[in-house]
Design a protein around this ligand. Structure first.
Ligand SMILES: Cc1ncc(COP(=O)(O)O)c(C=O)c1O
Length: 311
């Protein structure tokens, strides 16, 4: 009693629990027995999304090269997940953080940010994440106290996915033929795409984007003219547009058929994988399920008819 047992592996730090997320087969979602669909569950990260990976990388790279010191305040424009992940890392490492977010993000995101101790500045909801970017850039340009990781232009974002997410897929499912993920900053698709293509040049990298006038939290259409600087479109083999109603429907189906409680962008990714599977003779598709369902409970997605839901 009173001593730490030696038989169970221990992590020295909560930050060591980021990544190494499970890959599970979701056979009930596949329209064909010859095409196997797998889901990588990023909701299993400490704050419930893939963004824990990039938050850790962006902060630790900035610490290493001296851009981030304890007299600075971290500032980031975000639709939620990156802000929550950065706030988590900031709390653990003792930094102050301010996030700029569109005012219409889900209430769970606001509450989580408050729980992690972040200050929140709300931007015009009708201007979406692009509006939050403009506000954050203006604040940072006037005050050098702020350090802005800026996930859209920070090479540590795709690097995190190259060295961790992509590497894990190569190790856990080397026979991957198609990789499908949502496009937000493009970090996931760039990093994982580069690693998988290095391993198997024949692999197909597919981006899921929302229709230009539709909203799927975390994803962006490129039609509004903002191309994230880290995005290299030559890594993508195709871009598939998904409507939010289909994303909602498949998010519910994932819960009903597989017992997987995932966020709405995950529904859009699996919906896209199902469409691809219909056209393939055989093969393995890996879907990146970016977050868990917790932050979307207030949308009533799982308790109301999805056809009633707007966003
Ligand atoms: C829920 C969700 N899905 C997908 C993405 C897209 O990931 P990436 O920024 O790596 O393109 C994000 C990014 O914000 C997200 O929050």
């Amino acid at each position: 009693m009173g001593t730490l047992g030696k038989e169970t592996p221990k992590k020295a730090d909560i930050l060591d629990t980021i990544g190494h997320t499970p890959i599970v087969e979701i056979s009930r979602m596949s329209p064909s027995q010859e095409v196997r669909i797998f889901a990588k569950l990023e909701g299993n990260n400490p704050t419930g999304s893939l963004k824990d990976r990039i938050a850790k990388y962006m902060i630790e790279h900035a610490e290493a090269d001296g851009r981030l010191t304890h007299d600075k305040v971290i500032l980031e424009p975000t639709s939620g997940n990156t802000g929550i992940a950065l706030a988590f890392i900031a709390r653990r490492k003792g930094y102050k953080i301010t996030v700029v977010m569109p005012e219409n993000v889900s209430v769970e995101r606001v509450q989580l940010l408050q729980a992690y101790g972040a200050e929140i500045i709300f931007s015009d909801g009708s201007k979406g994440t692009n509006g939050a970017i403009v506000v954050a850039e203006e604040i940072a340009s006037k005050d050098s106290t702020y350090f802005m990781p800026y996930q859209y232009g920070n090479t540590a974002n795709p690097l995190a996915h190259y060295e961790t997410t992509g590497q894990e897929i190569v190790e856990d499912l080397p026979e991957t033929d198609v990789f499908v993920a949502g496009l937000g900053t493009g970090g996931t698709l760039m990093g994982v795409g580069k690693r998988l293509k290095e391993y198997n040049p024949g692999v197909k990298i597919v981006a899921v984007v929302p229709h230009p006038d539709d909203v799927i939290q975390g994803l962006r259409s490129l039609e509004d003219g903002f191309i994230p600087p880290i995005l290299d479109l030559s890594i993508l083999d195709s871009r598939i547009m998904i409507e939010s109603q289909d994303a909602f429907r498949v998010t519910r189906e994932l819960m009903q058929k597989e017992g997987i409680f995932a966020g709405i962008s995950s529904g859009s990714v699996v919906c896209c994988a199902m469409r691809l599977a219909e056209k393939m003779e055989k093969g393995n598709i890996v879907c990146l399920l970016a977050d868990g369902g917790w932050k979307y409970l207030s949308t009533s997605l799982w308790t109301r008819e999805f056809t009633d839901l707007k966003d």
